[in-house]
Design a protein around this ligand. Structure first.
Ligand code: ZN
Ligand code: ZN
Length: 267
């Protein structure tokens, strides 16, 4: 399995040279079977625009699965050439409970907030409401489970194929969570987890609905994760600060990296 970070910034894009190395685009991750083009995209933040960038004219054929509908996870959808393409074939899945999934998405991506609704994008699009549980999506086994976050139903995902297992929890409100997402993360080869804050910032930022670096590290260590990727970086966190966070984590005893746009993990 090949996991490519397209965007890893939390909440809103960040621009400027201070964000150049880890990237300022918001959450989107491409998943591919070894040696094949990606067939599964997790979230459609502004990072989605990078999909297929190295192969101009390429059209995506597969599934886009959204964790939730906050802007930073949907705003790349109408701006990504690989999915807004005459030859694109896209099945889009989102947590929609008792509501038509297209109608729900169109509340943010549609007039008067945006010129068109998602079904007006080029290519062949289908929209699906996703329930918690096990699914076969984009050629992978996908476990969807509800996780605690602020303002709207939010899922985390566990994606498996015969070569490996990826757990993806970009937004998680640790301060309000009562259940740990054990089923999603236990024994995963790779965990991309919300790490927007530091413990020392939590007193002033817990209301935002996210997790700390320390929480993600502790979770990964206790649940036997192979490699933790700090994800959903605070939009004000400069590259040098992320470097310093990684430096401080030297010696904690598990493999850790910080998500950076364009970085690929093979598991
Ligand atoms: Zn987010
Ligand atoms: Zn969110």
């Amino acid at each position: 399995m090949e996991v490519t970070v397209l965007g890893c910034r939390g909440s809103t894009p960040a621009t400027g040279t201070c964000f150049a190395r880890y990237g300022g685009d918001t959450s989107s991750v491409a998943v591919a079977r070894d040696g094949e083009p990606p067939t599964l995209i997790l979230d459609a933040g502004t990072g989605l625009r990078r999909l297929g960038q190295a192969t101009a004219g390429w059209a995506f054929r597969g599934a886009i699965v959204l964790t939730h509908l906050h802007w930073d996870h949907t705003h790349g959808l109408p701006f990504a050439p690989a999915v807004d393409h005459e030859e694109a074939q896209v099945d889009l899945y989102l947590p929609a409970q008792g509501v038509d999934p297209l109608e729900l998405l169109a509340r943010a991506v549609g007039p008067p907030h945006f010129p068109i609704t998602p079904d007006r994008l080029r290519g062949n699009w289908r929209f699906h409401a996703l329930d918690p549980g096990r699914h076969r999506i984009g050629g992978f086994d996908v476990l969807a489970a509800e996780v605690t976050h602020k303002g709207g139903r939010t899922f985390g995902y566990r994606v498996s194929d015969p070569t490996g297992t990826l757990a993806y929890i970009p937004d998680y409100w640790q301060a309000e969570a009562t259940d740990e997402p054990t089923e999603l993360v236990s024994g995963a080869d790779l965990l991309l987890h919300d790490a927007q804050h530091l413990d020392l910032e939590l007193a002033s930022k817990a209301f935002l609905g996210h997790s700390t670096v320390e929480y993600a590290v502790d979770l990964a260590a206790r649940r036997g994760v192979g490699h933790l990727v700090l994800f959903h970086h605070d939009p004000a966190r400069h590259d040098a600060e992320i470097d310093a966070i990684l430096c401080d984590l030297d010696g904690v005893g598990i493999d850790i990296s910080a998500a950076a746009a364009g970085r690929r993990y093979i598991i």
